[in-house]
Design a protein around this ligand. Structure first.
Ligand SMILES: [Zn+2]
Length: 254
């Protein structure tokens, strides 16, 4: 009688160890693809920013060129007015030309000031461009590393996953359906996926509620399936649990 129960306990514990390992593999893969896609989004955002800064610098340079043309035009005009001033017939005409020259000089001054301001803006933007380029390079490198990491994990875990799935099937087939379904139901209800737990310092390893000392004695006898009264998980004697985990570890790595 006790032998049958012990075998059942052993099988359920083995199943739990396998399922936890499979959960771990899925968790590992689960976060990396997300990290890779987050990095891809970041990189795209940074590239867009880089492009925008480049466009802004280009348009500031165009502004400078147009201001320089304006200055040339006004300088030409001033030359023209200067020669006209030589041939004026009266004071009124002279005064009108003087005002035009004054206006042209003011325009030249304004444009020169603007060119200086644009130049300063370009300097700032070039600094920003450099900074953004560095960030792009860093992200690219980080992305490449994460992609490699993901590839390695997928390649690495594929073999282990295959082995685990095979053992999972073998072990699962040895357990009566009723008990196996019960195990799966508990497992799915638990966020950490643990349906079989051991006791830890007198408490349930799943919910940490205190287990009465009589239950500990019953657990060590391995004569019946004992469930935690608080969380409903199947409880297993710690020594027994450790034995199985060590044995499982060896068989999966082999
Ligand atoms: Zn519990």
């Amino acid at each position: 009688m006790s032998n049958v129960v012990e075998e059942r306990l052993r099988a359920l514990t083995r199943l739990q160890v396998i399922d936890s390992k499979l959960d771990e593999i899925h968790r590992l893969r689960g976060s990396l693809p997300e990290e890779v896609s987050d990095l891809e989004d970041d990189l795209e955002g940074l590239e867009t920013r880089k492009q925008r800064i480049e466009d802004e610098i280009k348009s500031l340079n165009q502004e400078i060129a147009s201001r320089e043309n304006k200055i040339k035009d006004f300088e030409e005009q001033i030359k023209k007015y200067d020669s006209q001033q030589m041939n004026v017939k009266n004071n009124r005409e002279y005064e009108a030309l003087r005002k035009e020259i004054e206006y042209a000089n003011l325009e030249i001054l304004t444009s020169k000031k603007k060119i200086r301001q644009f130049g300063e803006q370009i300097e700032g933007k070039e600094e920003l461009f450099k900074h953004t380029s560095t960030r792009v390079d860093d992200k690219k490198q980080e992305l490449e590393e994460k992609r490699k990491e993901l590839e390695v994990i997928i390649a690495d875990t594929k073999t282990e996953e295959k082995k685990l799935l095979k053992i999972q099937e073998e072990v699962g087939n040895k357990i009566e359906e009723r008990i196996r379904l019960g195990y799966q139901k508990i497992r799915h209800n638990m966020r950490n996926g643990l349906a079989v737990v051991t006791t830890d310092r007198g408490a349930c390893g799943g919910c940490f509620s205190i287990i009465p000392s009589q239950v500990h004695i019953d657990l060590s006898r391995r004569e019946r399936l004992i469930y935690c009264e608080n969380c409903g998980r199947l409880l297993v004697d710690p020594t027994f649990f450790d034995e199985i985990q060590v044995a499982m570890h060896d068989s999966v790595k082999a």
